[in-house]
Design a protein around this ligand. Structure first.
Ligand code: XIL
Length: 313
C-alpha cells in the first residue's frame, strides 16, 4: 500500500529476533517497506576495535531488506553514545580524531553504497537548550565536526540522502530552533544535508502541540529538505486510565503524526522504533513495563496498527 504512494513505512530491526524469531521476520517483510537497524551500525558495534569492523549482522539484515525491496535507513555515523572504548580510553589529537572519523564514515558508507541510500549522519548533537553538546567529537574536533561528517558521507556516497536526527525537536522550541538555524547555515555553505529526522519518542502523557509540529515540519520542508519520522514509539506507562483507553489514546497519537507526515509533501518516511512490544527498548530504558508499539508481545495487531493502516488506505 505504501509503495504505491512512494511512501516508506519503516521499523527498527533488532538483530536477536531477526536471527531467531521467524514470526518476527515474517511480519517484518509483510508489513514494512523500510528498515533501520537498531544497534548494529552504531560505532561501537560496527567498529569495535581500531582496525576491526564488524559487518556480519548488518550484511545479513541489509541483504534481507534488499531481497524484499525495502529501503534501508543507515543509523548512525556520528553520535555521542555507543562509541567504543578504544575511542574514549585514549586521547587523540584533533587531526587524529578527524582522520579516524573520516575513515570510519568512508568505510561504512562505502560498503553499503549500493544498498543504503539514506543515512543518519549525525545523531543527537544538540542539548535541550539548543547548545551543541560537549562530546568527544565537539571537544576534540570542534563545532565543525558536523559539517565535516556530512561532507565525508557525501564523498563516500554522493547519491545518499543525508540526515541529521534528533529527539524533542518535533515542535518549535529552543532545540529545534537551533537546529533550524544550523540547517540554514549548512545549506548556505553548500553542505549536503538532505533531510531531517524527527525521532518522536513520546508518550500518551505528553500533550503534543500538533499545530507546532505542523509548522515545524513546514519550515524545514520549505528549506527543501526531506522529513522523516525516524523512531516513533508512544509510551503508556505512568497513566492510571484503563488499558483500552490508553491504547486508544496511543493510536490517536500515532495516527496524528502519520497524517502530519502524509500532509507534508517532503515527508516520505514514517518509522517506528520496533513493531512488537516484545522487543521494544522502552521497558529496559525506562525501568517500567510498557506497550509502546504496533503489535502486542504475541504479535496481535493493536489499535495503533489499525489506525495507521486506515490512514494509509
Ligand atoms: C536505542 C536502542 O534501541 C537500544 O537497544 C540501545 O540500548 C540504546 O539505543 N535514539 C536513537 C536510537 O537514535 O539509536 C536509540 O536506540 C534510541 C534513542
Amino acid at each position: 500500500m505504501a509503495e504505491e504512494k512512494n511512501f516508506y513505512i519503516g521499523t527498527a530491526v533488532s538483530s536477536d529476533p531477526f536471527l531467531k524469531d521467524t514470526d518476527y521476520k515474517d511480519i517484518l517483510s509483510k508489513e514494512f517497506n523500510s528498515i533501520t537497524i537498531d544497534n548494529e551500525l552504531k560505532f561501537a558495534r560496527v567498529h569495535p576495535q581500531k582496525e576491526t569492523y564488524n559487518f556480519q549482522i548488518p550484511d545479513l539484515i541489509i541483504d534481507y531488506s534488499k531481497k524484499n525491496g525495502m529501503q534501508v535507513r543507515g543509523h548512525s555515523l556520528v553520535w555521542h553514545k555507543q562509541i567504543p572504548d578504544w575511542l574514549t580510553m585514549q586521547k587523540y589529537t584533533r587531526d587524529e580524531l578527524k582522520e579516524i572519523l573520516k575513515q570510519h564514515i568512508y568505510t561504512v558508507v562505502d560498503r553499503y553504497e549500493e544498498t543504503i541510500n539514506v543515512w543518519d549522519v549525525v545523531n543527537e548533537a544538540y542539548d535541550e537548550n539548543g547548545i551543541l553538546r560537549h562530546n568527544i567529537w565537539r571537544d576534540t574536533i570542534g563545532h565543525e565536526y558536523i559539517e565535516l561528517a556530512f561532507i565525508w558521507a557525501h564523498q563516500a556516497n554522493p547519491n545518499a540522502v543525508l540526515f541529521y536526527n534528533d529527539y524533542d525537536i518535533e515542535q518549535i522550541n529552543n532545540k529545534s530552533n537551533a537546529i533550524y538555524e544550523m540547517y540554514k547555515r549548512l545549506l548556505n555553505k553548500g553542505i549536503p544535508v538532505g533531510g531531517i529526522g524527527f525521532q518522536f519518542h513520546t508518550s500518551i502523557n505528553v500533550n503534543l502541540d500538533y499545530n507546532s509540529i505542523e509548522k515545524n515540519f513546514k519550515r524545514f520542508s520549505d528549506l527543501g529538505v526531506k522529513i522523516h519520522v525516524t523512531e516513533m514509539d508512544v509510551k503508556i506507562q505512568n497513566n492510571k486510565d484503563a488499558l483500552q483507553n490508553k491504547l486508544a489514546k496511543q493510536s490517536e497519537v500515532y495516527s496524528n503524526i502519520l497524517n502530519l507526515c502524509l500532509e507534508n509533501e517532503n515527508c516520505n518516511s514514517f518509522t517506528t522504533w520496533g513493531f512488537t512490544d516484545k522487543y521494544s527498548w522502552i521497558p529496559a530504558y525506562t525501568g517500567n513495563d510498557d506497550s509502546p508499539l504496533l503489535f502486542t508481545n504475541e504479535y496481535v495487531r493493536k489499535p495503533s496498527y489499525n489506525a495507521l493502516y486506515k490512514d494509509l488506505e
